[in-house]
Design a protein around this ligand. Structure first.
Ligand SMILES: C[S@@+](CC[C@H](N)C(=O)[O-])C[C@H]1O[C@@H](n2cnc3c(N)ncnc32)[C@H](O)[C@@H]1O
Length: 287
């Protein structure tokens, strides 16, 4: 990689205006710079992604008010997702979360549109002591608020398996496989790889006592977006973390496929009193 292509040690906005709040970067520990990658605020179609995944197939509502309620066909069909303040309802841990979409006539500030409004808090990528880069919030984030998405290239499982040898040779792995138990015995896989094209989510580390929860949310198309919500109040300058292996949804299990070596598992440096000592791992992609 040539020198002029590297990021400097402090950047005002690594998204270069692609997010509606800047994502800054600082390294106050050493002279390691960010890896080169293409910033995208939304998922992009990669090798093996299906065109239908990116097409709006949900019917739109004809509501005009900013509060789509029980009379809105989107709410009748998929249930309520958010409070009037935009917090994720507890019921969303047990059902699919589907927002109003491009075909709906309700305004963009409708209460059933949260994830699609994008970043609401200032986030900062920084160099941690033992986990490479990480992400912290610059603002107070109240519990149950949307923080950011884990966005990147959408690829097929076959393509993910092809990328494994390269991934194994890297310090950090980023491929995330979401498994949703859609019908009895039927599992839907969604694979996101933000290694080469991704957003701020690619820098979020694992913790055994996390402050974020990953929830699949559908906005305009059937492809789920991997959305991170605060699982408690988070204070300015706290590092943001989620549990890479958490199953947060009953009936829609959400599992991170660790790309870490199976035999030689990586030590976990989350510093939690309930730390499990090693990063979660799942041999699924390696079979
Ligand atoms: C999705 S990346 C997270 C961002 C990464 N730290 C970086 O510098 O780009 C996942 C990788 O971060 C590191 N990591 C994440 N959480 C960690 C933890 N709790 N302890 C040690 N390393 C961690 C591991 O190398 C893991 O493969």
């Amino acid at each position: 990689m040539s020198e002029e292509k590297r990021w400097p040690l402090s950047v005002r906005d690594i998204s270069n205006g692609k997010e509606n709040n800047p994502v800054s970067f600082v390294n106050e520990l050493d002279d390691e710079q960010l890896p080169i990658f293409t910033y995208t605020a939304q998922n992009v179609a990669g090798e093996g992604a299906a065109d239908e995944d990116f097409t709006t197939t949900y019917e739109g509502c004809a509501c005009k008010s900013t509060k789509c309620d029980s009379t809105c066909p989107c709410i009748t069909r998929f249930g309520e997702n958010y409070s009037a303040e935009g917090t994720l309802l507890l019921t969303c841990h047990k059902k699919p979360v589907v927002e109003c979409n491009l075909l709906c006539t309700c305004p963009l500030n409708c209460t059933n549109r949260v994830v699609q409004k994008g970043l609401q808090y200032g986030l900062q990528v920084f160099k941690t002591r033992e986990k490479g880069f990480g992400v912290r919030t610059l603002h107070f984030v109240p519990k149950s608020h949307f923080v950011c998405e884990y966005a990147g290239e959408v690829i097929s499982l076959e393509e993910a398996k092809k990328r494994i040898p390269t991934i194994m040779s890297m310090d950090c792995n980023y491929i995330f496989v979401l498994k949703e138990h859609v019908k009895k015995g039927e599992i839907l896989h969604t694979v996101i790889d933000p290694t080469y094209t991704g957003n701020v989510g690619r820098f979020i580390n694992h913790s055994c006592s996390p402050n974020l929860l990953m929830v699949p949310v559908r906005t305009h198309c059937v492809l789920p977006q991997l959305c991170l919500f605060s699982s408690r109040d988070i204070y300015p300058m706290e590092e943001l973390c989620y549990n890479y292996s958490s199953s947060n949804l009953e009936g829609q299990q959400c599992i991170r496929e660790s790309r870490d070596l199976i035999i030689n598992r990586k030590p976990c440096y989350c510093n939690s009193s309930t730390c499990e000592a090693v990063l979660p791992t799942d041999p699924f992609l390696f079979n």
